[in-house]
Design a protein. Structure first.
Length: 704
């Protein structure tokens, strides 16, 4: 690089050039225009601070849903976590006798669905400092290794030893012979440190090595590490914890030799996976009588979630992402979603700029035409709207509570009938198999569940005396265990169940009559409970219904997104003020960034691109851009005629130097833009013509 700042691109001794970003005086003119938030379809009837209020409502609703899902996942993890932790802590207690040589404890955890949180819970419990408990568990010192930490044997052993030393600290004093130091990768060094550290601590914890993404480790290197550790586990209680995504037995037997496998004592643990995770989360979040979500997802979102989970990505992260996007879309699609938790005050609704919002609410909450009074003032209308919305909110959540209770009754009846080998309904009540349970949820939300309800009623007529008695006891126990706020509204069903139990116990010949009466009662009861949510007023405030899921946000088309970003870059650029230029689509080509300019000229060429012609067309646009920026600068800096004359004289003196620097700058900007297009895959190099490139993208409709 030369002293004057210019870069000699013709220097053959240089393989790369650094072009630092150095904005000049006209950098503000090239800054992206301010971006404004996209106007929603109903923004004209939004409140003045409606966006902020809806965002606050979204955060509250999503936090409630997120906390519930995380609690469910922790419940799914808890049993498996306890088993893994117990196995790791008791690995060196009561070893098998008669072995020709000691085996290395290896605990493999297959976790394709619950995500990294499962392993984090395991390591967190392993690192808890507690004395040996009644089960004989021993404390553990845990380190974490990733595939990049073990490129070879020497580096891998050094990483293991240094991590344990950093984890436990250096005991004081450490006795070493100055003439015989140990290498940092020698396991004897770890042995000496562990004995001194254990004596200082007064306990001997297990040394747990967690290998994340174990399939990515180099098998020959790991074989050597296993072999080295096997000769010292009598003094070093090392335990390997493998985090895997495939069945451990298949992978270990395929990737490692029989000799290495003979050194390992493998224990396999598999976490809950598959549709069981999805069904459990959906049941306990949107169909559980004990939990009341703020926003209920509709059949469209539920169907998309089921398809995406079963076909593409069966993990908890996918469920959380889809649910969060559904919440975001719901609160950004309609200003009325501000009413989810509470209603704005009378003062807010009485403002002149809130009249359209108040009219929209009043039009949908007006009980009848007789109550319409055009002479009511704004405060009276606001108060009436508030009272009506509060009443409707209570009615909607009561309707959804009834739906959850009714679906739970159907689920328990289905499980009971299956346990007695009755066919039951077509969908499976088993959480681990099939998608039938998700189909039942969809039918319940769509209001097409009465056919299944009537089928259940017909089956209950065929129950024997003991079976009918146990079914009545099961349903009574369900109603009795409901939360107090829900149980108070289910007193009548409990009374009916108690009456039928008494009649069944009093008369041994009343089985048929009681079964028939129970069938009629349960059919009517479930028919009143399983009512579609769309029948409520303002249902779209709390329920997504048939609103399609915004799948383009979850899995956008990369090709379309990249091309749209190159053609209309200012629509994708934000600044701190969150504003966008409404006229960004009509900007001239010279107002675009360099890569977009070059891409525009890319679209004007044929299959083969002459690099020199490409550069010349790019240079013409940059010259136009330069002239526009100069004219704008001269207009902004207009002064007296005398000063302008002096400025022109100075400009003439430096004109030659400026042109040379400008030529170098154009070349550098062209090379950088061309490299960006090359990195994005829009051009292909050919060996036939050194000055030509091949286009890789054609048929772009919106190129202009």
């Amino acid at each position: 690089m030369q002293d004057d700042g210019a870069i000699n691109l013709d220097d053959v001794s240089k393989t790369a050039f650094c072009i630092p970003y150095n904005p000049g005086e006209d950098s503000d003119d090239l800054a992206p225009p301010k971006r404004v938030l996209a106007k929603s379809l109903f923004q004209e009837r939004d409140l003045e601070d409606g966006q902020e209020l809806r965002f606050a409502a979204y955060r509250k609703a999503w936090k409630k849903c997120l906390d519930r899902v995380q609690t469910i996942v922790q419940e799914l993890e808890s049993q498996s976590v306890k088993q893994v932790v117990h196995e790791v802590r008791t690995s060196y207690i009561s070893p098998l006798p008669g072995l020709p040589y000691p085996e290395i404890p290896v605990v493999s955890v297959i976790n394709p669905g619950l995500g990294p949180s499962f392993l984090e819970n395991i390591t967190a419990q392993l690192e808890e400092s507690s004395a040996m408990n009644s089960d004989g568990d021993v404390e553990s010192s845990v380190i974490h290794l990733y595939p990049g930490d073990v490129p070879n044997l020497t580096t891998g052993m050094r990483t293991i030893i240094s991590n344990f030393l950093a984890k436990g600290g250096t005991p004081d004093p450490v006795k070493r012979k100055p003439m015989a130091p140990l290498a940092s990768y020698d396991i004897k060094y770890l042995d000496a440190w562990y004995r001194a550290w254990a004596n200082a601590q007064g306990k001997s914890p297990n040394l747990v090595i967690v290998l994340h993404e174990f399939e990515q480790f180099d098998p020959p290197v790991m074989q050597d590490i296993f072999h080295i550790c096997s000769g010292h586990i009598s003094r070093l209680p090392i335990v390997f914890l493998l985090s895997m995504t495939s069945p451990s037995s298949n992978y270990l037997n395929a990737a490692y030799s029989r000799f290495t496998m003979s050194l390992l004592r493998v224990r396999n643990f598999t976490t809950p996976s598959g549709v069981r995770i999805l069904h459990t989360i959906l049941l306990k979040t949107f169909f559980d009588p004990e939990f009341e979500p703020d926003i209920i997802i509709g059949p469209a979102t539920l169907q998309y979630l089921n398809d995406y989970f079963t076909r593409y990505h069966s993990s908890v992260d996918a469920i959380l992402t889809i649910l969060q996007l559904a919440h975001l879309k719901h609160f950004s699609s309609d200003p009325l979603t501000i009413l989810v938790h509470s209603t704005p005050s009378v003062a807010t609704l009485s403002r002149p700029n809130s009249s359209l919002f108040l009219q929209a609410v009043s039009a949908r909450t007006k009980p009848s035409r007789e109550e319409e009074d055009v002479n009511m003032d704004a405060q009276s209308l606001s108060q009436r709207a508030i009272d009506q919305v509060d009443k409707i909110r209570t009615e909607f959540y009561s309707r959804h509570r009834n739906l959850r209770v009714g679906f739970a009754v159907v689920l328990r009846m289905q499980t009971f009938l299956r346990s007695y080998y009755y066919k039951g309904l077509d969908w499976s009540a088993d959480l681990e198999n099939g998608n039938g349970l998700c189909d039942a949820m969809l039918d319940a939300l769509r209001g097409s569940f009465m056919r299944d309800v009537k089928h259940l009623g017909m089956i209950t007529k065929k129950l024997k005396r003991d079976e009918l008695r146990r079914l009545l006891e099961t349903l009574y126990g369900f109603f009795h265990e409901l939360p107090s706020n829900v149980r108070s509204g289910e007193q009548e069903p409990r009374m009916h169940l108690v009456e039928m139990q008494s009649r069944l116990s009093a008369d041994s010949n009343s089985t048929i009559s009681v079964a028939s009466r129970f069938s009629d009662w349960v059919t009517e009861y479930l028919g009143n409970k399983l009512v579609p949510l769309e029948e409520c007023t303002l249902w779209d405030v709390w329920y997504t219904g048939q609103s399609p899921f915004p799948s383009e946000l979850l899995n956008p088309s990369l090709r379309a997104s990249i091309i749209a970003g190159l053609l209309r870059p200012y629509e994708f650029v934000e600044n701190l003020d969150n504003h966008v230029d409404a006229n960004s689509a009509t900007k001239s080509i010279w107002e675009l960034p360099d890569t977009s300019i070059l891409f525009k000229r890319y679209l004007d060429s044929g299959k083969m691109i002459n690099v020199y012609d490409w550069f010349e067309s790019f240079k013409i646009v940059l010259d136009t851009q330069r002239s526009h920026l100069k004219d704008a600068a001269n207009t902004d800096n207009a002064t007296s005629p005398r000063k302008r004359g002096k400025g022109k004289a100075k400009q003439a003196q430096h004109e030659t130097i400026d042109e040379e620097k400008w030529a170098v700058e154009v070349q550098a900007r062209f090379v950088r833009a061309m490299h960006e297009l090359d990195f994005l895959g829009f051009i292909k190099h050919t060996g036939r013509k050194a000055d030509h490139l091949i286009r890789t993208v054609f048929e772009i409709d919106d190129a202009e």
